[in-house]
Design a protein around this ligand. Sequence first.
Ligand SMILES: CC(C)(COP(=O)(O)OP(=O)(O)OC[C@H]1O[C@@H](n2cnc3c(N)ncnc32)[C@H](O)[C@@H]1OP(=O)(O)O)[C@@H](O)C(=O)NCCC(=O)NCCS
Length: 160
Amino acid sequence: MAELGTCELRLAKPADAALLARMSRDYIEQGTGWRWRTAPLKRKIAAPETVVLVAEVELAGVRFTGGFAVMDFELNKALLSLLAVHPNLRRQGVGSKLLRWLHKSARYAQCQHIELQVRADNHKARRFYQQLGYQEEALIPNYYNGKDAAYQLKLRLLDR
Ligand SMILES: CC(C)(COP(=O)(O)OP(=O)(O)OC[C@H]1O[C@@H](n2cnc3c(N)ncnc32)[C@H](O)[C@@H]1OP(=O)(O)O)[C@@H](O)C(=O)NCCC(=O)NCCS
């Protein structure tokens, strides 16, 4: 695996929506139907209560968008709806960097916790969230497409 050069975070722009939609289709929504297409991602990028964060990386001299995350901010909590890192960049800290930035923002926004759902059979992502301090609160049967189970995960921000 080529070594990651730089990794810089920035807020997404409307022009990023089509690429982020393809990343969602290929890395997150496999087998569950493609819901996060260009138009809904454009709406998220424009929404004042949502942060769409992009990781711009450099790998073997080539710069590209290597990961992204979408977080919705509510009154007391934040919801992570999408997170993906390009397969060639995994286990190099990109996902953690995206989430740590969002954790800081959620604390700053005085959110008490962050919630997300992850497929029960996505053991890699479950390990990833676990090492960042998320706890598995509940198993929700038939969550995806009325058949696949999900875990509801929570990170309590005030304790940390
Ligand atoms: C989950 C995901 C975002 C992690 O991104 P990443 O950039 O690879 O994560 P990091 O490099 O920051 O990993 C940090 C730690 O998480 C854990 N972790 C990450 N990927 C793991 C894996 N495949 N297996 C076991 N532990 C893993 C490890 O403890 C890792 O630290 P280490 O590499 O020093 O052992 C990435 O694998 C991904 O895009 N997966 C597909 C999409 C997805 O499942 N999204 C989540 C849906 S809710």
